[in-house]
Design a binder for this molecule. Structure first.
Ligand code: PLP
Length: 375
């Protein structure tokens, strides 16, 4: 028998979360009297750890899929996805353009080198691109002063038959926080105004949920949002949980108690003896540790659901096990089911907060050794 740990993925939850975003975009467009945004469902990093094939199935109603690994793009095609695919980092070397061409991928273009490669490529059809402007995150994208010339060059390549659609995109650094998107939107508008019309894509999950009005289209412009984390049922915000948006977790990490210890007051638990029992107590040992992808930085007090009751982790997480307080669950015994995060347990965001990180990192980090089920 394998260890009792497992991770389950629910394409139905992916589908539900996509529909939540869809309805939100439709309502926003209706209020504004414009055209609703299309959705690139972001499935980078193996669909935030959920699996490309599960994402292709769960997001079949999306208008497009966005990722950055060319091999993941090929997997989408092999899984039967015939719609648009956007490469968020674009391509890396001239040979990649063979794959872009063969699998009919749309690519972001964020630097001059990529434009050069496109200019020299021998392609069987026009490549659709999203030309990326750096509006202040200072990660990818043409700077404000080089964007106009880059766009003009893209239009020349379009004229020569190398490029198809030339769209405009940017990415927000602070859509989830106080600062919001206004400053970056000002830079975006100032530097894209007057350029030939084309599709526009600016919103990640946080901007899609909080500022959807900036993604309402009109007769000239189709908007595309790029939500990722919210489609997996986790929150991009520190101050609002996923459930408050009607989102459902698509990943559930489960295990079981493999032992129970009865310890006296004053006894310590785990490596480093970081937790000491204030009174006699029962400790449950869970078959899940940091080698399974559970964060070692999650300390005493991190919520863990045992037998349907939410209790707390105690002591340090070890490689293959972690310990929990069984006082709130007197009936718990060997084999009692445990939910580390997901359906019927704490949210991945709560666990992440206790570990000083974000849900994204935990979803991506479930170890290959953990058996996976699609439910
Ligand atoms: C990851 C990513 C997204 C999605 O971000 P979320 O916060 O998960 O919604 C959108 N656009 C780009 C360019 C990204 O890299």
């Amino acid at each position: 028998m394998p260890r009792p740990i497992s991770v389950s993925i629910a394409p139905a939850a992916l589908r539900h979360n996509l529909s939540v975003v869809r309805e939100h975009l439709d309502r926003t467009a209706e209020r504004a009297g414009g055209t609703p945004a299309s959705i690139w469902a972001v499935i980078k990093a193996n669909a935030y750890g959920h699996g490309i094939e599960q994402a292709v199935s769960g997001f079949s109603d999306a208008q497009g899929l966005a990722m950055l690994d060319l091999q993941e793009a090929v997997r989408c095609r092999e899984a039967g996805w015939g719609g648009p695919i956007l490469l968020l980092e674009g391509f890396f070397e001239p040979d990649d353009l063979d794959i872009v061409d063969r699998y009919h991928l749309t690519t972001s273009v964020h630097n001059r080198e990529q434009l050069d490669m496109l200019a020299h490529a021998k392609l069987s059809r026009r490549v659709d691109i999203m030309l990326k402007l750096n509006t202040g995150m200072n990660r990818l994208g043409f700077s404000a002063h080089s964007y106009g010339p880059a766009h003009a060059r893209a239009l020349q390549l379009q004229e020569r038959g190398q490029l198809g659609t030339v769209g405009k995109m940017t990415h927000f650094a602070c859509a989830d926080g106080e600062q919001g998107v206004a400053a970056q939107m000002n830079v975006f508008n100032a530097n894209t105004q007057g350029l030939a019309a084309g599709p526009v894509s600016v919103c990640n999950s946080a901007a899609t949920l909080r500022y959807a009005e900036i993604a309402v289209g009109d007769a000239q412009t189709t908007h595309w949002v790029r939500p990722g984390i919210c489609l997996y049922g986790a929150s991009p915000f520190a101050d609002a949980d996923a459930a408050s948006f009607g989102l459902r977790p698509a990943m559930t990490l489960r295990s079981e108690l493999l032992s129970v210890q009865e310890i006296p007051a004053g006894a310590a638990v785990g490596y480093g003896a970081t937790f000491t029992a204030p009174a006699p107590m029962r400790i449950g040992v869970v078959a899940c540790g940091y080698a399974d992808g559970y964060p070692r930085h999650a300390g005493t007090g991190t919520p863990v659901t045992v037998g349907g009751v939410t209790t707390r982790l105690v002591g340090r997480v070890s490689m293959d096990m972690l310990m929990v307080d069984l006082d709130p669950v007197p009936g718990a015994a060997f084999g009692t089911p445990v939910v580390l995060w997901g359906e019927g347990g704490p949210s991945v965001d709560e666990v992440a907060t206790h570990a000083g990180t974000i849900g994204y990192e935990l979803l991506c980090a479930v170890a290959p050794r953990v058996p996976r089920f699609v439910v």
